[in-house]
Design a binder for this molecule. Sequence first.
Ligand SMILES: Cc1cc2nc3c(=O)[nH]c(=O)nc-3n(C[C@H](O)[C@H](O)[C@H](O)COP(=O)(O)O)c2cc1C
Length: 217
Amino acid sequence: MHIDASARPGSYSRQMSQAFVDRFVSLLPDTTVIRTDLNAAPPPFVDENFLANAFLPEAQQDSKALAASNQYTRDFLSADVVVVGMPMYNWGVPAIVKAWIDQIVRSGLTFSMSANGIEGLAQPDKEVFSLVSRNGGFLPGEPFANANFQDGHFAGIMGFLGVKQTRLEALQDIFNPATLEQNLATALGNARKLAEETAARHKKGSRAGSDLWNRAA
Ligand SMILES: Cc1cc2nc3c(=O)[nH]c(=O)nc-3n(C[C@H](O)[C@H](O)[C@H](O)COP(=O)(O)O)c2cc1C
């Protein structure tokens, strides 16, 4: 599943996600890519209609109220690899990424609550890649690490949904013309390398496909 969130065509995070996907598909040409450009078609916000239906048993749900959510959730659950290209906007994930998260965190589909506690329902071997572009130094130990409400939030939500592997590649310092070209080349190279490592793990027969949506439905 290939997700983009930047409001800029040809943006850095779009280049990073595309570099990953291109390399992955060149190595595993049978790959089916689910394309989700959140900027081109922003997800709806959670509203009264969503809430009135999302927690009902499936037979009682108004499927129209949950159509977008069901589609995003189905795509997310069916994907073995999820690649998200996104900028940092105002210290966090872009609002459209938050809106997408709100659509896929679904009781009974992507997580369950019982006497035993909360359990993520995404297949545990799903791999999620967060390919991020931003300016300031937001990585651990860097000056703005305390203002990084992006990486922990995104990886935390994925963990909540049961994903065991969320990897980050961050292009930073994008407003420094002296280093931008080199940093971008490094980020694109790292994205390709991640794709190569991931493709090696996903060679035919090496992993079971997901039946989680079918099971949940
Ligand atoms: C609305 C907006 C908010 C931004 N907020 C931040 C921020 O909080 N921290 C930061 O380092 N960069 C911030 N930036 C800069 C972007 O993260 C940076 O330009 C990034 O490269 C955009 O990604 P893209 O090239 O994929 O569009 C912001 C940019 C925009 C347009």
